[in-house]
Design a protein around this ligand. Structure first.
Ligand code: G6P
Length: 614
């Protein structure tokens, strides 16, 4: 939520900032802005809309400077207009700031500053910080770094921020608390800063992830210095990035989302590679190796997550309860943290998060930790905040996911949860050796079967043309296909703006059935398995009300075929693995409908990929 990029060194900063902002645009695209320092002149350009609009706006402007900061905004306080765009600056334009996060006590601070004569241009919480820094420098007669430190001691809330000043033409000052920030170390005192490593990776692989309440001073003469808010000096911990540039490109696909959907045979494989062995009959998650007993003896496993990750957690609940017979609860992180949950040392709280930065999920983990629970993370982004605060965890290894609507991260999360369920079931002896073997060998076939579904892309596109103008849609599933229905509905609404709801198929009778008429597409997962006959009855109920049925069925199915308006066949698989396959047609359907409606597939309106505010 909001992307930050900054550079100091001997190269021209502008192209680095613009390229970086484009990489970070997934974090918010309400407005974009930059500040460039050239010969003690601080030039600020900002514009409502996408980075491309900022680029157009800056043509023919003075874009010189080897030091600068850039920001792409997801609006929290104040409309997404030019004035509220970052950077924000002091009255005399000596100091400019970019910020990601929320300053909770901004209105009190603002009142104080107004009473001291400060005038505010914007409605943002961020502008408070820059005036506060200015005020502290004047009243306390301290230098800029000290003023930043004092200002941060006065604010409550979350921040990742960067400060630039024309009085310090060689220095950037950055700080973080609860919002991510990573420093890239280039050649000869050249530094990059960004909300994640994607703007940095093409220049350097040496990075330092800042910790909460740390201030980084990046100086092209004296190098990098990190101090804690308490003034204690910290030794920078330099890590090598594993990220590859190609992973950040569209690779010939029209959209990142489509590329990411088509990557799934590989990403699912990458996720289980080295973690199972069919011949020797084991499943292993290296990051959890010291926590097997803790998990097996846990009172409950509590999953906390948001959005798509919450749907993956729901699949995990079915799998773990069914296979390992361990009590599982799934919680929206935002609800969990505010309802005084009963947690103790016997509980294991597992966060699922693609970004590893979602504010509510992080806060839920912190709460659980404070109550003595063991905390575990299932994250995609290596080095993310959740992966660093948890006791243990597993990475999903799906690679960078750029499309705002999550696809490959979801199937990777479900893959990890399947492995976790199998691991625990095997250790606990709640599945027979034959069943364990059957599921792990079938898991190895899943990438190939996903590929077979992707080969039906043209058929799915054809079906999409018939429903692109729908106003509403229902998604139905039972058992572990119910969360797949929820995820299908979420995909459709977030990228095509069609109202869609996911329901357990049998619940349809308790309300949604009233909505069904000949205009209503009903997407149903009706694959072979325990609930098949029941779902067939639900399909009959929809047909009796003239609803349109688009059914995902097991290859060779005849019964549903005779009732449905359209069927999409998926290869037969073990019932526990159906979510990994059934979700793929829904992703493609949503994708095509979104394209046909002319929507922005990769950057849907009002959304952001990494939600670092509550
Ligand atoms: C946002 C994204 C979703 C994502 C959710 C949780 O809403 O748009 O795609 O599922 O955040 O994010 P996380 O990174 O914690 O999985």
């Amino acid at each position: 939520m909001c992307g930050i990029v900054a550079y100091v060194g001997n190269k021209e900063a502008y192209p680095i900032l613009i390229r970086g902002l484009k990489r970070l645009e997934y974090r918010g695209y309400d407005s974009a802005g930059i500040a460039l320092l050239n010969d003690k002149e601080l030039n600020i350009y900002k514009k409502q809309g996408k980075v491309s609009e900022l680029e157009a706006f800056t043509i023919n402007k003075n874009l010189k400077g080897n030091i600068g900061i850039g920001h792409t905004r997801w609006a929290t306080h104040g409309l997404p207009n030019d004035v509220n765009s970052h950077p924000h600056f002091t009255t005399n334009k000596d100091i400019a700031i970019i910020h990601n996060g929320i300053i909770e006590n901004y209105s009190t601070l603002k009142e104080e500053l107004i009473s001291r004569g400060y005038q505010f241009r914007s409605e943002t919480d961020t502008e408070v910080i820059v005036h506060l820094i200015d005020d502290i420098m004047k009243t306390e007669k301290v230098d800029l770094v000290e003023a930043v430190r004092h200002a941060l001691l006065s604010v409550t809330g979350a921040y990742a921020l960067v400060v630039i000043s024309n009085k310090h033409p060689d220095t950037l000052i950055a700080a973080r608390k609860s919002s991510p920030l990573v420093v890239g170390i280039g050649k000869e005192n050249e530094f990059y800063l960004a909300s994640d490593a994607t703007p940095i990776v093409e220049y350097t692989k040496q990075v330092v992830y800042l910790n909460d309440e740390e201030i980084a001073i990046l100086d092209r003469n004296s190098g990098l210095k990190i101090v804690h808010l308490s003034k204690e000096e910290k030794t920078p911990y330099i890590q090598e990035l594993e990220l590859h540039l190609e992973a950040l490109e569209k690779g010939g696909f029209e959209h990142f989302m489509l590329k990411e959907i088509f990557e799934q045979p590989k990403t699912i494989h990458d996720c289980f590679r080295g973690r199972l062995n069919t011949e020797q009959g084991w499943v292993n998650l290296g990051g959890l190796k010291d926590y097997h007993q803790k998990l097996l003896n846990a009172n409950r496993l509590i999953f906390v997550a948001c959005g798509t990750s919450w749907h993956a957690a729901q699949v995990g609940e079915y799998l773990i309860e069914e296979l390992a017979r361990i009590n599982v609860e799934v919680e929206y992180a935002s609800e969990f943290r505010y309802r005084n949950p009963i947690i103790n040392e016997q509980d294991v709280v597992i966060a699922i998060s693609q970004s590893g930065e979602t504010a509510d999920t992080l806060a839920a983990l912190e709460l659980a930790k404070s109550k003595g629970a063991t905390i575990i993370g299932i994250c995609n982004v290596v080095g993310s905040s959740i992966s660093r605060i948890t006791d243990a965890g597993s990475y999903t290894h799906a690679g960078p996911e750029i499309g705002v609507a999550s696809t490959k991260a979801f199937t990777a999360q479900v893959t990890i949860l399947t492995l976790l369920a199998l691991l625990l079931a095997n250790k606990k002896g709640t599945v027979s050796a034959a069943k364990f073997h059957e599921i792990i060998s079938e898991l190895e076939n899943i990438p190939k079967k996903v590929k077979e579904i992707l080969d039906k892309n043209n058929l799915i596109k054809e079906i999409a043309t018939q429903y692109k103008d729908a106003k509403n849609a229902l998604y139905l599933g039972r058992g572990s296909s119910f969360p797949v229905a929820l995820e299908g509905a979420l995909k459709l609404k977030e990228i095509s703006y069609i109202h869609a709801e996911g329901y357990p198929a049998a619940e349809m009778k308790h309300g949604p059935i009233a909505l069904i008429d000949e205009e209503m597409p009903v997407f149903v997962i009706a694959t072979k398995g325990t609930s098949y006959e029941k779902v067939v009855s639900n399909i009959q109920e929809v047909k009796a009300r003239k609803g349109k049925i688009i059914a995902i069925v097991t290859e060779g199915d005849e019964q549903v075929k005779s009732m449905a308006d359209h069927i999409i066949e998926i290869p037969d698989t073990n019932e526990h693995l159906v979510p990994l396959l059934a979700t793929i047609p829904f992703q493609l359907l949503s994708y095509h409908i979104s394209v046909m409606r002319g929507c922005n597939v990769d950057q849907p309106r009002n959304l952001a990929k990494s939600v670092t505010v509550e």
